[in-house]
Design a protein around this ligand. Structure first.
Ligand SMILES: C[S@@+](CC[C@H](N)C(=O)[O-])C[C@H]1O[C@@H](n2cnc3c(N)ncnc32)[C@H](O)[C@@H]1O
Length: 115
């Protein structure tokens, strides 16, 4: 097998392992809220239109989508680039995309306010 092909194939799991370990060990990790629990939380929050919901560490953006469905503006901040991209893509594909904002970065270093 060509050496470069071998190294390329080897690099994929190594990059994946690095991504998993870096964000699982040195940040809060990713333990997404169960969809049914997220739905219940949104119901209990009794969200009104014109309210703004922040999700600090928004993961795949599930709370952003649910909140926007209830009419709120939702803002999520995510520091993991992969989860940020998932969240951003889901927001752009949502029919409530105008109400959802996904910001990339560390929420400790981010201005948490409506833009
Ligand atoms: C336990 S998960 C929760 C995800 C989502 N809010 C949910 O309930 O399904 C925590 C998320 O916060 C992100 N996170 C942890 N520390 C962060 C920080 N300082 N700034 C931005 N995101 C952070 C992690 O990357 C992870 O996606």
């Amino acid at each position: 097998m060509d050496l470069y092909l071998f190294l390329g194939i080897l690099a994929i799991p190594l990059i994946f392992l690095f991504w998993i370990s870096y964000f699982q060990i040195w940040t809060a990790g990713w333990t997404p809220t169960w969809k049914s629990d997220a739905q219940k939380i949104i119901e209990l929050a009794n969200i009104k239109e014109k309210e703004t919901i922040f999700d600090l560490g928004c993961g795949d953006g599930r709370f952003l989508l649910l909140g926007a469905k209830e009419g709120a503006k939702t803002i999520g901040i995510e520091m993991d680039p992969i989860r940020y991209l998932i969240s951003k893509t889901r927001s752009l594909l949502s029919k409530n995309r105008g109400k959802i904002e996904v910001r990339y970065g560390n929420f400790f270093n981010t201005q948490i306010k409506k833009s």
